[in-house]
Design a binder for this molecule. Sequence first.
Ligand SMILES: [Zn+2]
Length: 291
Amino acid sequence: MSLSFTVGDTTIHRIVEQEIPFQMPRDFLPALSADVLEENRAWMEPADLDPATGMLRLCIQSYVVRTPHFTVLVDSCVGNDKTNPRFPAWNNKRDTAYMKALAAAGLAVEDIDYVMCTHMHVDHVGWNTRLVDGRWVPTFPKARYVFAAREYAHWSAAHAKAPVAVYAESVLPVIEAGRADMVSDTHAIGDHLRLTPTPGHTPGHVALELGRGRCEAVFTGDLIHSRLQARYPELSMRADTDPIQAAATRRAFLEQHCAAGTLCCTSHFPSPSAMRVKRWGEGFRCEMVAA
Ligand SMILES: [Zn+2]
């Protein structure tokens, strides 16, 4: 399976850490009825819905964008040695899958110029840091880390009230090392990449648009997790901090990129994870795009 796309003068690589049956659909999408799930089961199996467990299958991955000027890593997965008591498969995980995937794309940690996180959940900031001699240090030694200031403000305020492990392990050490740039949620990285606000999953969630002068591809982060949410954009995911806002963001995003025909690189759709949006009744169909 190929894991890279060419878009204009840039290359996009998928760096897959895990692809797993993750959670039962009605736990993951609390407003999903049993009837609607059954109506959609046929097209969802086996890629989106694992027939053996009945769980939604999710991919956990980073994207690396190589422009003529920079190499940018978008979201940094779960990481090793991180505290994730709510997700046993991620708690103190220690494996070589991610570093092997990076090497298979022809990349070393030194090659990354920017790390950009769509939001600060555990599966999007994990490899920001790694544990060396009991200390969290930035994994990508030459990179600037681009954080949306609005998202950072939310998590730093939460951490000030009660310790948030993901912030302490994967965000704060980057700031203390002087490697973070706090930016607006419309910030541009060079002339190929721009942040765009997509709140709802978290208060400062951003997507990342790619293309010089026009949006040719977009990295969705977690504004959508499943193709079922394209068919029914109102189905918000259990971790969305504002489910109503998340649904409005998702519908607006799907409308925009359906009309534009943009290549949408999702964080969590099963492989090949990239898609174009088509209309489907009141909602949308995700036409997967093989790399
Ligand atoms: Zn996620």
